[in-house]
Design a protein around this ligand. Structure first.
Ligand SMILES: [Zn+2]
Length: 402
């Protein structure tokens, strides 16, 4: 490192377009990207990436830092008694959390797992309801502060027990936004609160009052879910805040007719509302290719990692891109590249990240890994990778190095 100007040189970086480049980082950002010079005597202190593929750090678009048991004791999954039931799952979660390791410790385990795998920006939903009050928000805000030099974390005040069906929650959500949450969440306005307008009035009202973004969990399927998607998109469009609104899961988009999907895609694209998917197992999920073709921002997240909802999740967004590509039937190179896009550029767009990418002026948050190109990275998911934050190594082979 050149100490006088705080500059670091990275040599022989393979870019996504296949060319080899030398990258210069100054004050945490790329200050120059030039064709690899391949000089016999590299400058002192330069880091030779030896042809490794350099990708912008992954974007974890949906996670729950407060409820994972990663690094804690294994919690066997408890099945619902009569088909998937959000209320019952929330009850199982409360029971499990009472016996879990302290939340700050579990959140730290999960954060380090994600950073180790190369995610340096993420959006975490944090539970707010009449039982837990603001306890989860306060804990996760403190963890975020502790890790602010390592990872950018957006927090969503998430009404896990509904809004109207959990009296006092609307006021708590308001408080959570005052405390520092960046977005307001929501949960199945129809099936959970049984009042779409009432639920969305609170969500959009709070977003307007605080200038906050919106990210709503929507599991409702079929025409019911589609109706809610239309309501959310219409409100976002009317307020002109679509670029700050996302719907997570939106399972309905995966089980409606092609005509209905085409209309929904058009409406989502026009409103600017983004769709988050994690390509859940054995469940219809949004058709990624059709939505992208319609101009919808589709991004990716892990969602639950070893929690009361399912035992899966590894905090690796490259592996998530692989799952999304696999479940979407993506075989061609451009399709595999689009799977990667969900976990990178599209995620950055949905989260409104500034200075994202491998470009002069962008933040030097990147991952170097052994792959020929992006399609191979998505298929092979190489674990041998090094993660750099502002041009400084922070993790290697999945483990934190600082
Ligand atoms: Zn979630």
């Amino acid at each position: 490192m050149d100490c006088i100007v705080n500059r670091t040189r990275f040599l022989n970086a393979k870019l996504a377009d296949g060319t080899l480049a030398d990258l210069t980082v100054a004050a945490g950002r790329f200050s120059a990207i030039a064709p690899a010079a391949n000089t016999a005597t590299p400058p002192a202190g330069a880091i030779d990436l030896a042809g490794q593929l350099v990708l912008p750090a992954f974007v974890e678009g949906h996670i729950h830092l407060d409820t994972s048991f990663y690094g804690d004791a294994w919690r066997p999954h408890i099945p619902c008694t009569n088909g998937f039931d959000v209320r019952e799952r929330v009850a199982f979660q409360m029971r499990n959390l009472e016996q879990a390791a302290p939340m700050a410790e579990r959140a730290k385990n999960q954060l380090e797992l994600c950073v180790g795998n190369g995610s340096l920006a993420m959006r975490s939903h944090v539970m707010v309801d009449a039982d837990v009050g603001l306890k989860h928000v306060e804990t996760i805000l403190a963890v975020r502060e502790k890790y602010r030099d390592l990872v950018d974390v957006q927090l969503v005040a998430f009404p896990q027990s509904g809004i109207l069906s959990s009296p006092g929650t609307a006021e708590l959500l308001d408080e959570a936004l005052k405390l520092g949450c960046d977005l307001i969440g929501g949960l199945d306005p129809a099936s959970f609160d049984r009042d779409v307008d009432g639920h969305l009035d609170v969500v959009f009202g709070l977003a307007e009052r605080h200038g906050a973004g919106i990210d709503i969990h929507l599991h409702d399927g079929g025409t019911l879910g589609l109706f809610e998607i239309e309501e959310i998109a219409a409100r976002a469009k009317a307020l002109g805040i679509g670029g700050k609104v996302a719907i997570s899961h939106a399972y309905a988009l995966g089980d409606i007719s092609p005509d209905a999907l085409a209309k929904a895609g058009e409406m989502l694209a026009a409103s600017g509302v983004a769709i988050m998917t994690n390509a859940p197992g054995n469940h219809p999920f949004p058709p990624v290719a059709a939505l992208r073709k319609a101009g919808v921002t589709v991004f990716a997240g892990s969602d639950n990692i070893r929690d009361s909802w399912w035992p899966y999740g590894d905090g690796d967004m490259l592996n998530r891109a692989n799952m999304i590509g696999y479940r979407s039937g993506f075989y061609e190179d451009w399709e595999l590249e689009s799977a990667h896009d969900l976990a990178s550029h599209a995620g950055a767009k949905a989260l409104g990240l500034e200075g994202y990418g491998i470009a002069v002026g962008a933040k030097a948050d990147f991952v170097a890994l052994k792959a020929e190109h992006v399609p191979e990275a998505v298929v092979a998911v190489p674990k041998e990778r090094t993660v750099y934050r502002a041009g400084r190594e922070v993790a290697r082979q999945g483990r934190m190095t600082r």
